[in-house]
Every structure is written in C-alpha cells, then in structure tokens.
Write a protein that binds this ligand. Structure first.
Ligand code: PGA
Ligand code: ZN
Length: 425
C-alpha cells in the first residue's frame, strides 16, 4: 500500500519551478515523477498552481508541494497503488473542482505519475509494460526542428515545424534519419546567413521572415541529407493559431498580414500544395474559433492529419464535443492539461474509439522525466512529439524509446504505421 507521498520544488528546462513528487510504498519502493509546464497553454487546461508571491518571480510551486505533503499524503495513506483509477479518483474528489484549481494539477499529476512508477517498480515491470501490457509498438516521432511562435523570439508565427521519419526499418533507423536531417538543417540555416541558436524545444530559431521560408529550409535539408521528402522524411506543423487570433475582429494576424478565416485556410492549402510532404497540421485555427476549425476539417480532413490541441486540452468532455462536431481527426495528448494518468487514458480511449489518432506530447517546459516515452508505447499511440534531437530533456525521451526497442527485442521491430486508428482499451 501507499505509505506516504511527498513533493519538492525542482526546476524545468526553462529554469522555472515545477513539482517533483514521490510515492513511497509500505515495502519501501519509491516511485518518482517530474511535472512539465507549457508556454502556449490552452485556456481550458487544468490549473497549474503557482504561488504568485515574492518567491521566484511568483512562479513558485510551494503551495502545490504543500498540498502533496499534507492533504494528498493524508488521503492516500494505506491505499493500494495498483488501482490507478482509484488513486486518481481520490485526488480528484479531494480537490473537488472541475479544473483541479484547489490542489493544483501540477500537484495531482506528479502523484498520479509517481504512483504508476511505484506500482511498476513494485511488480518488477518497466513502466510501459505495467501500463500497457503486451502487443506494444514503437511510435513514429515528430521532431520540432524550427521553433517559432511563443517558443522563440523570431518573426515566424507558426509555432513548430516538425520532421518525422516515415519509411524506416526500426525506431533507431528512423531516429538516425532525423538526426542526419537535423544536422544538415543546421548547415542550411548557417549558409543562408542566419544564427543557429536554439528555441525552447531544441529546434533552431532563425529570425526568418516567414513560415514559408522555414518550410523551404526543411525541404532543402531533407534533400541535402539525401532523403526523399514525403517518402522517408515528412513534415508536420503546429500553427498554435490561438496565439495569432484577434478575438475582436475574428481575424488572424499572421506575419504582418491580416487573414480572414477563409483566407487562412487558403494559405494553409497553398503550403500543402507547395510542400506535398506535409502530412499533419495542428491547431490551424484558434481555440475560440471552433466553427472554422470544423470547416477546415471538412475540407482537408480526408487528405491530411488535423490535430486538435488547445481547443480540447486532453479533456474528455471537450474531446467528446469535438468528435460530435467533426473537429479534427487527431487529438494531441498532454498529461498535465488534464492532470491525472486515468483521465488521460480516458481521453485516448475516447479519441481512438471514434477513429481519431492520438499524438502524445511533451511540453515546451520539460524535465528529465521520460514518462511520456513509456506512456506512448503503453497506449500504442503511434505518434509522439517531444522536440528536436537536441537538449537532454528532449533527447532523453527518444533515448528511452531506443532502450524500449532493445528490450522488446523481436517485438520491438513492430513499428506504428501512420496514421494509426487502432482501437485501444
Ligand atoms: P506548449 O506548446 O507546451 O508551450 O503548450 C506545445 C504545443 O502547443 O503543442
Ligand atoms: Zn500545440
């Protein structure tokens, strides 16, 4: 049983405070987890409790830490760690709010993930096996190699330009292709006279004039690395359009120009035409603009993966609404948007049951914790985005997948196919 839980304030990849939680079982087993933090957050995300006082610019998480050490510790003492849903339900009830605003989603999620870790350890299983059982496959990974929007101080308004390995013989083979392309991209950017400093997710953050220039550079890098665009390496992007939407005019102010929703759709379509290797687009419209997000899905949903992030925030209630309205055909999954492992699994189940793909995601503020790598394999989610093949908080997730592939042995050659609509329960 759970003997006690405790937490401490640690720091994430941006140097901001975050929660680390530990679950200590009666046999002495310790499960530990670190909580990530986003920058371009959705409005409907569960509450990340910050102290808003003089400590660390108001970003401290001492209240969340204290909630783990006191209220949550008392509530979980003596509870079995093997029933994740039960543990999570106790915390959800204890919090009592719809958005985890009282205890903090950062407090609750830390304990939720640490419980799964402790239970896996106590039963001598790797985390992916404990959560996922058998018949597991390695995902296709999406690597944000040019950072814009809220993740970099440059003129590009699309937030993330990703490359993904399509044709590959193993996870390692695909990842090596990504690494080669990333290094080639650096040379392409240097040659064009831009700086090669990195953004929050390990991608380059050159001060390009437009998103189209970024796509041109990616296209060139894929070819110079001697891969075929679309066949071996494909492109995806996250527009994170909530961040360039003007609520008052209901227009989009993008890279110095104003677009009506219809014009924005045409702009995206022109990119798909110029770069046929684009296979996935995330948040093409704002979280406040469901109508145009839905229209866009009707127009392009049969030819391209359309991922919903900000509008649904890994929240089963919002995902249900999206499905009913035909918004997107894929759901981005971030554990800290909803705040427990159980509700995240529910979100995945709901999406997949309805033919939606699921892409598991890191946050722009990350830690060394590799929970999402195991979680992606455990849920056969087929897709993971965890940043560039640079900066340890990003690369560790991919290193963990290399380890998992080795551990799965023969089975590890099972590679997820894109797009994956396989049922999950
Ligand atoms: P975030 O960005 O972690 O800063 O929210 C990720 C995303 O928008 O997908
Ligand atoms: Zn996003």
């Amino acid at each position: 049983y759970i003997d006690r839980v405790k937490a401490r304030e640690i720091f994430d990849s941006r140097g901001n405070p975050t929660v680390e939680a530990e679950v200590i079982l009666s046999d002495g087993t310790v499960g530990r987890a670190e909580v990530p933090s986003g920058a371009s957050t959705g409005e409907k995300e569960a509450v990340e409790l910050r102290d808003n006082d003089a400590h660390l610019g108001g970003k401290g998480v001492r209240k969340a830490v204290s909630n783990v050490n006191n209220a949550i510790n008392q509530a979980l003492h003596g509870v079995a760690p093997f029933n994740q849903a039960h543990v999570d339900k106790i915390m959800i009830k204890l919090d009592g709010t719809p958005n985890k605003g009282k205890l903090g989603a950062n407090a609750i999620l830390g304990v939720s993930m640490a419980t799964a870790r402790a239970a896996a350890k106590a039963t001598h299983q790797p985390l992916y096996r404990y959560l996922g059982g058998t018949d597991l496959e390695l995902p296709q990974t999406f690597h944000n190699v040019i950072n814009g929007g809220e993740h970099a101080d440059n003129g590009i308004d699309i937030q993330e330009f990703m490359i993904t390995p399509v044709e590959r013989t193993s996870f390692r083979d695909g990842f090596e292709k990504i690494v080669n392309t990333y290094h080639t991209l650096k040379k392409v950017i240097e040659k064009a006279g831009y700086t090669t400093g990195l953004g929050d997710e390990g991608g380059f953050a050159p001060d390009l004039k437009s998103s189209e220039d970024a796509l041109k550079m990616l296209h060139e890098a894929i070819i110079k690395a001697e891969y075929t665009p679309g066949k071996e390496i494909a492109i995806a992007f996250d527009a994170a359009a909530s961040y360039f939407y003007n609520k008052d005019t209901e227009n989009y102010v993008f890279e110095g120009k104003t677009y009506s929703p219809a014009e924005l759709g045409k702009y995206y379509a022109s990119l798909f035409e110029k770069f046929p290797e684009i296979i996935s687009i995330e948040d093409p419209y704002s979280e406040d603009d469901w109508e145009n997000f839905i229209t866009f899905t009707k127009q392009y949903g049969s030819q391209i993966q359309i991922v919903a992030d900000d509008p649904v925030c890994t929240n089963p209630i919002l995902i249900k609404k999206a499905i009913e309205n035909g918004m997107a055909n894929s759901i981005l999954i971030k554990l800290n948007q909803i705040g427990t492992v159980t509700e995240t699994l529910e979100a995945i189940r709901l999406a997949r049951k309805n033919g939606y793909t699921t892409m598991i995601s890191h946050r722009s503020g990350e830690t060394g914790d590799t929970f999402v790598a195991d979680f992606t394999v455990a849920t056969n989610s087929a897709e993971l985005k965890s940043g560039a093949p640079a900066r340890s908080e990003r690369v560790e997730k991919y290193n963990q997948l290399l380890r998992i592939e080795e551990e799965l042995g023969e089975d590890g050659t099972r590679l997820a196919r894109f797009p994956n609509n396989v049922d999950f329960d």
